[in-house]
Design a protein around this ligand. Structure first.
Ligand code: UN1
Length: 506
């Protein structure tokens, strides 16, 4: 240890504040208890939702096309007010949405509280950004005698395809952005979570989004593909698998007619690097949160942990010890920390991976899940080589690889070559090491000496590149413009009467 600097230990572990907007502090027991009672009273049986036909999908695009005309002419400030009203309604009906997220999600109470808050944050953030960007346009300084303005305006009908793992936040976030930018939207939620989507769309309509400007189309990937292939679609925003994003790209590329942009956020084999100077307690806490929270069903979750070999035994032991303590069970029980995975198919896939890893890797933690339900208990496997993990495994399964002090550059090469570039964790107390890693790896979201999930809207813009997506980052300043067309207007202001007021009130 002598070759590492001696640094003071922190008094407490750092846990990022998730409560970034109004609402329950997770530590406030009384408020939490009130919320839990309210959730119980609002709980209803989940209604059955039927899938759309391809004809329904085509009709939705046609309706959205007419809806675009009125909505795109609605002043940006009015569109922003509608989103703000939606945020207020979500806040007021938080208990109802939490019940839906617990039942259909199925998500833990902590995850539900965070998710409703994130949906609210998206509405408010895009409303605020929209007021700033879509108001009067940007005056471009130039020669006298003319005015030059760069304006943003809607593209047309945007198809929004969202995942089951954030059935409210990402669903609402995509729609809010597309609407704020002046588009009409045809939303296709994941087929696993139709009820939450249905409730969210009703709320947006109630908040003032015209029905024709927001159409909901329920169904599986084939319905999504039909929407993407429709000739009257002007943009696609997608969150889901890398494979599905590729398929969308191929469909868009093969279409006759206008070139249609794709905004995609996909998966990752997200790594965390822990060197010998890292603080073990902080590492254990952050690894457990990053790998196992939400049952590992976040695209941001940690999959591959690289630990410097001289501290690896101790680190792994501490991580396994903390993971063993996690409470796994019914997501409606407020004490539950890990709920079930999304469905039987997901569980079967994860179980098959666990069986393979049990044969091919060293087992450090092999939890046993409750028998009834789609539960997968946290697992920790040590690999000889990072190449043993070649694709994203979407569940509470952590893979560990040891690296020698001299092997940092090789390891960075391995991470870079994976082609995924979504999230990265670094635990080190050597600034040069941290800087070298950040510099070498063009990964979308880098988290230093903290956990690597739960990006906060407007604070930690989220998204990656390469196999992890196209950008721009959700919840960041460049997101809305990508949903819009740019229009440069150059006016001769020296002409009789001048035309300087032409663009006001946009
Ligand atoms: C996803 O899981 O599809 O930072 C993306 C986070 C979340 C991840 C959302 N914003 O953990």
């Amino acid at each position: 240890q002598a070759r590492h600097p001696r640094l003071p230990l922190p008094r407490d572990l750092y846990r990022p504040q998730r409560e970034n907007s109004r609402g329950i502090e997770l530590g406030d027991r009384a408020a939490l208890q009130r919320l839990v009672s309210e959730i119980a009273t609002t709980r209803q049986a989940l209604p059955k939702i039927t899938s759309a036909t391809p004809e329904n999908a085509a009709a939705a695009v046609a309706t959205a096309r007419t809806g675009f005309v009125e909505w795109s002419r609605t002043p940006a400030a009015t569109r922003a007010s509608v989103l703000e009203r939606a945020a207020d309604l979500l806040d007021r009906r938080r208990a109802r949405f939490i019940a839906l997220l617990q039942d259909e999600g199925p998500k833990t109470l902590d995850d539900c509280i965070s998710e409703v808050r994130e949906a609210i944050d998206y509405c408010r953030y895009y409303a605020a950004e929209g007021r700033r960007l879509f108001g009067d346009g940007m005056a471009m300084p130039g020669p006298t005698g003319e005015s030059n303005t760069l304006r943003l305006r809607g593209r047309g009908v945007v198809v929004a395809i969202s995942p089951w793992n954030f059935p409210l936040a990402i669903f609402v976030g995509q729609i809010a952005a597309a609407l704020m930018a002046g588009n009409s939207v045809v939303a296709k939620p994941a087929e696993q979570t139709p009820v939450i989507a249905d409730a969210a769309v009703r709320l947006l309509h109630e908040a003032g989004v015209p029905h024709a400007a927001l159409q909901l189309v329920q169904g599986d990937g084939a319905i999504g593909a039909a929407l993407v292939a429709h000739r009257d679609v002007s943009g696609v925003v997608f969150t889901g698998s890398t494979e599905a994003a590729r398929a969308i790209n191929r469909t868009l590329a093969a279409k006759d007619g206008p070139i249609v942009p794709l905004i995609a956020e996909t998966g990752g084999i997200n790594a965390m690097i822990v060197d010998a100077t890292a603080l073990p307690e902080q590492v254990a806490d952050d690894v457990v949160t990053s790998a196992f929270r939400s049952a590992g069903q976040r695209c941001s979750a940690l999959r591959l942990l690289f630990v410097q070999d001289d501290v690896a035994d101790r680190m792994i032991e501490m991580i396994a010890g903390s993971a063993r303590e996690l409470r796994i069970g019914d997501p409606r029980d407020p004490a539950t920390q890990i709920g079930p995975v999304i469905d039987a198919e997901a569980k079967a896939k994860l179980d098959a991976h666990i069986a393979r890893m049990t044969r091919e890797a060293r087992v450090h933690l092999a939890g046993t899940p409750p028998v009834d339900g789609n539960y997968v208990a946290p697992q920790i496997f040590e690999l000889r080589d990072a190449a043993q993990l070649s694709e994203e495994v979407f569940g509470p399964i952590l893979h560990v690889v040891r690296y020698p002090a001299s092997g940092l550059d090789d390891m960075l090469g391995t991470i870079a070559r994976s082609g995924y570039a979504l999230t990265l964790g670094i635990h080190s107390r050597i600034d040069d090491t941290i800087a070298r890693i950040i510099d070498r790896l063009a990964i979308g979201n880098v988290y230093v000496n903290r956990n690597m999930i739960g990006a906060v809207v407007g604070v930690q813009p989220f998204g990656g590149s390469g196999l992890s997506g196209t950008g721009p980052k959700a919840g960041g300043p460049h997101y809305l413009p990508r949903f819009a067309l740019e229009q440069t207007v150059s006016i001769n202001t020296a002409a009789a009467g001048g035309n300087a007021a032409l663009l006001s009130g946009g």
